[in-house]
Design a protein around this ligand. Sequence first.
Ligand SMILES: Cc1cc2nc3c(=O)[nH]c(=O)nc-3n(C[C@H](O)[C@H](O)[C@H](O)COP(=O)(O)OP(=O)(O)OC[C@H]3O[C@@H](n4cnc5c(N)ncnc54)[C@H](O)[C@@H]3O)c2cc1C
Length: 441
Amino acid sequence: MSDTTAAADDADPSVAIVGGGFTGLSTLHALAERGVDAAVYEATDEVGGVIKSREIEGKLLEVGPQRLRMTDAIRAMVTDLDIADEVVTVDDDLPLFVYADGKLREVPRSLSAFRRTDLLSVRGKLRLLAEPLTDPIGPDESAQDAFIRKFGAEAYTNLLSPIFGGTYGSDPAAMPAEHALKPMMGLERQKGSLLRAALSRLVFSEEETPPAASFESGLQRLPSALAEAYADRVQRETPVTGIERAGSGADGEWLVHTEDGSQRVDHVVVTTPADTTADIVEGVDAESAAALREFNYNPLVLVHLESAARADGFGYQVRRTEPMRTLGVTWNTSLFDRDGVYTAFLGGMHDPEAIKRDDETLGETAAEEFRRVMGVDAEVLHVERMPRAFPAWDDSWAAIERVDLPEGITLATNYTGRMGLPSRVREARRLAGELSNSISE
Ligand SMILES: Cc1cc2nc3c(=O)[nH]c(=O)nc-3n(C[C@H](O)[C@H](O)[C@H](O)COP(=O)(O)OP(=O)(O)OC[C@H]3O[C@@H](n4cnc5c(N)ncnc54)[C@H](O)[C@@H]3O)c2cc1C
């Protein structure tokens, strides 16, 4: 495969980061802050991974994530990169809706909204408020069973299933709590009850929810700015083909193979999707690679629409019992003043065949269902297919027990950690702290 006795080149970084998505670039930044020399190897000619902002037909479209939460860590990153004046922030008072029984109904995010929402009956509201009296979430129950047991069937069907299931394009019935609700279980332990945790955040403002935000030229501005800041440490069009131990000792260095040659490094951070990661670590640990190949992903279709509909809010999720294929619609026009642009999400675990339909059919479905909800016509701007969009967090996550890579190779991913962009930065910073300590020892 290669010359494993090759001495380290002066130009070789101490840490090789596989993947120039947001996790890889955030890790590079966090390591640089700690004075650790690292390099990112990105397979394509573009950084950002699933974050893709495109200008199509004169409109700015997000063909991946639509927004991020401007946490303190992301704000600090934005300031370091000198792009703070390009940030566009959303007024968090904007409502979010669920489409149920032929109407958009507001998701309650304050006590007054809870009192007035018609998403839940009086009985459903009282049942939800009884949550502190229920037993904690058990690792062996499904997310659906846990939600129904704790909040009642009505709150599950009308609120939690569309919001939680919609976020992952998944079906909470197929998601074991042990993997899908881990952060919620931690919160429940910490605060005593999920309702108390929600109240302390939403009503008593003990913890501020960071505002939703993007950039004037779209979300991809952030990974692009990171790559510009470390231009000499980001190698595009350089797919990593494998990792190999350098030398025979159990401790020690690694060779990272690319089509352009091999780098000898102390540590490798792998941020690629599970199937690619499996190929990359195959030569190091075949059993971990086999386990990584078992993880299911949910496919997704994004249909960008243009409409003159009047909208004021984040958008809506569709209750799963409605006879509709659309999972939800983001109102980009209202969030970021994006000129009549809406993003409809189709597919997911409930409709995995969506990805196979042709553009025309997908566009027609999205536009027709949009009209049903909003009462106004929409034109299709773009259709984007993502065959492996979201980690499914279903039973296939049992395989995570068998992923056990040797010291010196770390996975920093949205399927071994959490998916949201703030969580990606959190993991990058934690990992950079650990690596800088181990490298300086
Ligand atoms: C449709 C969608 C909507 C989302 N919405 C939101 C949202 O609104 N808010 C939010 O906070 N989060 C959202 N998320 C989640 C968030 O965007 C992702 O979890 C995060 O961007 C993942 O980044 P990553 O770097 O871990 O992985 P990726 O983005 O997958 O990056 C992996 C990188 O590795 C590269 N690569 C692959 N193979 C190789 C190889 N052999 N060698 C080198 N490089 C390789 C890829 O080209 C890619 O650049 C959304 C995700 C999706 C898919």
